[in-house]
Design a protein around this ligand. Structure first.
Ligand SMILES: [Mg+2]
Length: 114
């Protein structure tokens, strides 16, 4: 059963996965798992050859990030809400408000000319 919202489905799947194994997410182990998956994603991306492998590792990062949130007491609803808030915030950024500089999209600094 899917909600039609991939993020919500992944969060619900992660919650059910832990529940099926009788696991209450604990912060230290969730952070360890998250760090391992980030490292694997970095390695896959730097290798760059196997696109499917990069996508798999990115998905592992998403799942373990959800685990970190669960261990921190963040509800699925709060997580989903925050992800859409970030998307809306990024959607609102334009060339007038932001600029790509030093490898990152940054807020423009308006220089006053008095
Ligand atoms: Mg992995």
């Amino acid at each position: 059963m899917t909600s039609g919202d991939p993020l919500r489905d992944l969060a619900e799947s992660t919650r059910a996965f832990y529940e099926r194994f009788g696991v209450t997410p604990e912060l230290q182990s969730c952070l360890t798992n998250f760090n391992e998956e980030v490292f694997e994603l970095v390695q896959a991306a730097m290798d760059g050859e196997n696109k499917q492998h990069i996508a798999e590792e990115a998905a592992d990062v998403f799942v373990t990030a959800i685990g970190v949130c669960m261990a921190s007491g963040i509800s699925i609803e709060a997580l989903v809400e925050q992800v859409y808030a970030v998307a809306a915030k990024n959607d609102a950024k334009t060339h007038e408000t932001h600029v790509f500089k030093d490898g990152k999209i940054r807020r423009r600094v308006n220089v006053r000319r008095d």
